[in-house]
Design a protein around this ligand. Structure first.
Ligand SMILES: C[S@@+](CC[C@H](N)C(=O)[O-])C[C@H]1O[C@@H](n2cnc3c(N)ncnc32)[C@H](O)[C@@H]1O
Ligand code: SF4
Length: 453
């Protein structure tokens, strides 16, 4: 089957499965009061992961799908930092004790757009209220063009040991069309400065499917990225959702590569990263050097998928802090108010800002596990999984019926109980996961997602 036929058959709109149930199915019935109860019930010895969201940037890239806005004045940033700290203290009070933290991730937006002293103070308070383990990963997302000396100093004082640099594409025509000027030299200087601080672990983000990209141009970007010698490279497909992100409407749709071209671009980048760079593919959209912890976890079937995409973090509890941040507790998911004013007002009132969430049923847990294993391991044994949950495998096998068609198209190997995604099926792994998503199957009013490929 050629690519055009595959696209016709499988390029529906499916979620990225960074959670299950996915965020569009969170509802307002989960409130800060529910979250308070859930936090108090978390076992004291459960390892935690913390996510801190900073919804500010110095520039607005036209393709951006993140929850952020351009803010340049100091005062609103300082006010936000105070609210973040207030929320952190409230969560710590509710949990009691000094819980162990195995991972901290600062995301955004651009975390270093907060004043340097605010970043350091928040991290100091985090270490005061939580026991951040010596071996904990402390990661931060970095925009290489705005990484100045005070920000670097803050990262050092914060004990950051992993940095993720946004690149997207090095081609000037593409950069012009996406409103993101960033030279290779700037990016290289940022990588060197971070390494100079002793931050040994670097990730890069690249995107295909952007305006004016071609297979040749993305191959050049991927080759340039190899020169930066990052441990991990994420290659995201551009999610064009102008009905949700209005600024994306400034990108002319006629300049966007079509679905067949997108698939070719993803393959080309994969060829460069694997064939010339020696990276190994991890899940749907990551590449890692073979001895990197993420590649090791993937081989050992210990990879996980969370709101930041693929992760080696196995902590059963994720505390999300800041506007739009999502938390995962044994009882379910919670998400904070998205807009900064609503978040700030809620935190000022009672220290928490949950706007929506979902409690997990037993069926949700089973399907969440199955979808995570499909997304991470690219294989799953349905009866074994059902047994582990003491559940009947029949509904899963019924959902799996379309796999016969996927197998005929060369995307999976399927023997009636065990599925394995083939190398050519990897770009379609979300379509396989979606078969087991009851919310997608049975809820008519499912919101629109970006293209599958
Ligand atoms: C918070 S940003 C990274 C840090 C920093 N703000 C920067 O841009 O350099 C996270 C990443 O999300 C990815 N991203 C943002 N919008 C996207 C979209 N619409 N489609 C696909 N990936 C997107 C980009 O690769 C970006 O580097
Ligand atoms: S891509 Fe990064 S720098 Fe650009 S607007 Fe989004 S979060 Fe901000």
């Amino acid at each position: 089957m050629d690519d055009a036929d595959l696209i016709v058959r499988y390029d529906g709109r499916v979620p990225r499965y960074t959670s299950y149930p996915t965020a569009p199915h969170f509802h307002a019935g989960i409130t800060s009061a529910v979250y308070e109860r859930w936090l108090a019930e978390v076992p004291v010895d459960a390892p935690l992961s913390l996510y801190l969201h900073v919804p500010f940037c110095d520039r607005l890239c036209l393709y951006c799908g993140c929850n952020t806005s351009v803010v340049r004045q100091d005062a609103p940033k300082r006010a936000y930092a105070l609210n973040l700290m207030h929320e952190l203290e409230r969560v710590a009070d509710l949990m009691g004790g000094r819980p162990n933290v195995s991972q901290i991730h600062w995301g955004g937006g651009t975390p270093t757009s907060l004043p340097a002293d605010c970043l350091v103070t928040i991290m100091d308070r985090t270490r005061a209220r939580f026991h951040v383990l010596n071996e904990a990963e402390v990661a931060v997302e970095v925009d290489p063009t705005v990484l100045n000396a005070p920000a670097l100093d803050a990262l050092r004082l914060m004990g950051v040991n992993r940095a993720s640099l946004g690149v997207q594409d090095f081609d000037e025509t593409v950069q012009e069309a996406i409103g993101r000027r960033q030279s290779f030299a700037q990016t290289e200087a940022a990588a060197e400065a971070l390494r100079g601080l002793g931050i040994g672990s670097l990730n890069l983000d690249l995107i295909y499917g952007l305006p004016h990209q071609t297979s040749d141009s993305v191959a050049r970007t991927a080759r340039a990225a190899l020169r930066l010698q990052a441990d991990r490279i994420a290659v995201f497909g551009y999610a064009h959702v102008p009905w949700m992100k209005r600024h994306q409407a400034l990108i002319a749709e006629a300049s966007l590569p079509g679905p067949v071209e997108r698939l070719a671009q993803a393959r080309t980048m994969r060829g460069v990263l694997e064939g010339e760079g020696g990276y190994v593919p991890v899940g749907l959209d990551h590449f890692a050097l073979p001895d990197d912890a993420m590649a090791v976890a993937a081989r050992a079937r210990r990879l996980h998928r969370g709101f930041q995409g693929y992760t080696t973090d196995a902590a059963p509890v994720l505390i999300g802090l800041g506007a739009s941040a999502i938390g995962m507790l044994p009882q379910g998911y919670v998400q904070n108010a998205t807009a900064v004013p609503a978040y700030s007002a809620a935190v000022k009132q009672d220290g928490l800002a949950v706007a929506r969430g979902v409690a997990l049923s037993e069926d949700d847990r089973l399907r969440r596990d199955l979808i995570e294993r499909i997304m991470c391991d690219l294989e799953a044994d349905l009866p074994a999984l059902a047994r582990a949950y003491g559940a009947d495998v029949a509904p899963l096998l019924a959902d799996a019926a379309p796999l016969t068609g996927f197998a005929a198209d060369g995307l999976v190997e399927w023997n009636g109980t065990r599925l394995l995604i083939t190398p050519s099926g990897r770009p379609f792994v979300r379509n396989v996961a979606a078969l087991f998503d009851v919310y997608l199957q049975h809820h008519a009013a499912t919101p629109r997602h970006a293209h599958a490929v």
